[in-house]
Ligand binder design. Structure first.
Ligand SMILES: *[C@@H]1O[C@H](CO)[C@@H](O)[C@H](O)[C@H]1NC(C)=O
Ligand SMILES: *[C@@H]1O[C@H](CO)[C@@H](O)[C@H](O)[C@H]1NC(C)=O
Ligand SMILES: *[C@@H]1O[C@H](CO)[C@@H](O)[C@H](O)[C@H]1NC(C)=O
Ligand SMILES: *[C@@H]1O[C@H](CO)[C@@H](O)[C@H](O)[C@H]1NC(C)=O
Ligand SMILES: *[C@@H]1O[C@H](CO)[C@@H](O)[C@H](O)[C@H]1NC(C)=O
Ligand SMILES: *[C@@H]1O[C@H](CO)[C@@H](O)[C@H](O)[C@H]1NC(C)=O
Ligand SMILES: *[C@@H]1O[C@H](CO)[C@@H](O)[C@H](O)[C@H]1NC(C)=O
Ligand SMILES: *[C@@H]1O[C@H](CO)[C@@H](O)[C@H](O)[C@H]1NC(C)=O
Ligand SMILES: *[C@@H]1O[C@H](CO)[C@@H](O)[C@H](O)[C@H]1NC(C)=O
Length: 423
């Protein structure tokens, strides 16, 4: 509006000047002060109203006074704290109030209705969930929303929450107290981070996995998911990272869980749960991109190494520690992993000698933890070629021999060594 006035008034300054002056006078006289503020703001940026509505409806307290200059005194919101605009200054494209210390209850629709707002970063405030429904009146333009480290303790309201944002790619809700609810999203979503909430309802996980479409990052770690894992990531065509660690999941892992995952899967963390059952019955399928696999801190048994794990040729981290596995170390199988950097079999019931074939993984191996098992014999001589080994833990086994002088003394990069036995 302002720009048009300028253009016209330069053509005919006299008449238009009087007209504009008269119009402003009219506003001053008859329109109540708030509407007057809004009207004058709209002349420079169409999103001022939305931002001020957000400030009024969602922010109860601003102890650091960061929103002090969010007032109608400044002509455009583009210089307000945390606000970024499009090049022409007419639209707000990003709002970043990271660690601003704001306290309040979030009314999301005031922001999702800003038609060009693509990045909404409210990380590190104390917003609770006032109303998390996005506005359905205006199409939502959000691509990234980060509400991590806030005070959201209400269930997620399903479809009304962000489903209308059909360009939304990244949602970060980590470090809140979300108890569950449902999250429903469309094919644009790539990352969903729910780390560190208190989601206990495993239908939430079930649902996320069954509608996951193009999702490539799903972090459910550190929640309270309980019960059995009842679904596999078979409908996730692009999943790369799946973290279910630090929950209370129990029972058997569906045997086809890994095999059903898409070839894009790189990082699968099922550690720190209460899974039981037989490791030998897990089918790893082709696992052609799997580089991290952790089952640490569960109650898995197993007397046979799962043959299909051999397909995971690019494995860098394999952590089977703190389970109830009772077998000889499958040296030939493990020695075949040409990229292995971290291997932990600690705190199981592995028995027999440390196989020399394991030394074949030595070119890349940086951490080897075989502690707290029932291993006998010494460390094979070919371990002298473990030139990258930094951490070696052989403690609490039944080892014997002089491998400290013959093998370990020649490991140049070794920084941490434990061979002590307390038994
Ligand atoms: C508002 O505050 C921010 C940061 O404190 C500052 O960069 C900006 O210039 C201020 N804008 C106005 C209009 O005073
Ligand atoms: C948001 O602002 C913080 C500092 O206030 C900055 O460190 C961070 O990089 C910004 N994030 C984005 C996505 O611009
Ligand atoms: C956090 O949310 C809880 C529950 O909604 C509320 O009782 C508490 O006052 C909030 N904390 C702050 C600092 O606003
Ligand atoms: C989500 O936010 C947390 C904390 O602010 C951060 O550490 C984490 O990396 C973010 N997640 C993603 C996927 O970017
Ligand atoms: C999870 O989904 C599977 C099918 O994928 C279904 O059989 C099971 O009942 C669901 N579990 C829950 C708790 O909803
Ligand atoms: C899940 O989130 C936590 C906290 O941000 C992080 O430490 C962990 O690495 C994430 N998981 C993955 C697989 O990125
Ligand atoms: C496997 O990982 C590589 C390297 O990160 C990537 O380029 C490739 O697309 C992945 N394969 C699949 C099937 O996603
Ligand atoms: C783990 O599962 C077993 C049953 O399989 C149950 O008895 C035990 O209480 C569970 N432990 C935890 C910490 O949930
Ligand atoms: C685990 O499964 C394997 C192969 O299916 C079988 O040979 C073995 O006896 C089972 N072990 C246990 C402890 O059930």
């Amino acid at each position: 509006m302002k720009r048009e006035w300028r253009r016209v008034s330069s053509q005919d300054q006299g008449i238009m000047g009087i007209f504009v002056f008269g119009y402003i006078l009219l506003l001053l006289l008859i329109i109540p002060s708030q509407a007057r503020e809004l009207a004058s703001q709209q002349s420079s940026n169409d999103d001022t109203v939305g931002l001020l509505t957000f400030k009024r409806s969602s922010v109860q307290s601003d102890p650091k006074n960061v929103l002090a200059n969010w007032t109608t005194d400044s002509p455009s919101p583009c210089s307000w704290f945390g606000v970024s605009c499009s090049l022409d200054g007419r639209r707000v494209t990003s709002l970043n109030l990271t660690n601003a210390g704001l306290i309040g209850s979030l009314h999301l629709a005031d922001l999702t209705s800003l038609p060009a707002l693509t990045d909404l970063i409210l990380r590190g405030n104390l917003f609770s969930a006032g109303d998390l429904s996005a506005s359905s009146a205006t199409p939502c333009a959000l691509e990234t929303i980060d509400l991590s480290f806030n005070n959201i303790s209400d269930p997620l309201p399903g479809r009304s929450f962000l489903f209308s944002c059909n360009r939304l790619a990244r949602v970060n809700l980590s470090h809140n107290s979300i108890p569950g609810g449902t999250v429903q999203f469309g094919p644009s979503l790539l990352e969903l981070d729910l780390y560190g909430n208190r989601i206990s309802d495993s239908t939430f996980l079930n649902r996320s996995l069954s509608i996951c479409q193009n999702l490539n990052f799903l972090n459910f770690s550190n929640n309270k998911l309980a019960g059995k894992l009842e679904t596999t990531p078979i409908s996730c065509k692009s999943l790369s990272v799946l973290d279910l660690s630090y929950n209370l999941l129990s029972g058997e892992i569906p045997p086809s869980f890994v095999a059903d995952s898409p070839p894009s899967l790189k990082h699968l963390d099922l550690s720190h749960n209460n899974f039981s059952g037989n490791l030998s019955s897990l089918d790893f399928g082709r696992c052609s991109n799997l580089s991290l696999f952790s089952l640490s801190q569960n109650r898995l048994s197993g007397t046979v190494f799962p043959i299909s794990l051999n397909n995971c040729e690019v494995l860098e981290t394999l952590d089977l520690s703190h389970n109830e596995l009772q077998l000889k170390i499958p040296g030939a199988a493990l020695g075949r992993f040409k990229k292995l950097k971290q291997l932990s079999l600690a705190d199981n019931l592995f028995f027999g000698d440390i196989p020399p074939e394991l030394g074949q993984a030595c070119g890349t191996l940086q951490e080897l933890d075989l502690s707290a098992n029932k291993l006998t014999g010494g460390l094979p001589l070919n371990f002298v070629s473990c030139s990258s080994l930094q951490t070696l833990n052989l403690g609490n086994n039944l080892l014997s021999g002089d491998f400290l002088t013959t093998v370990i003394s020649s490991l140049q990069s070794l920084k941490y060594l434990y061979v002590h036995s307390t038994t």
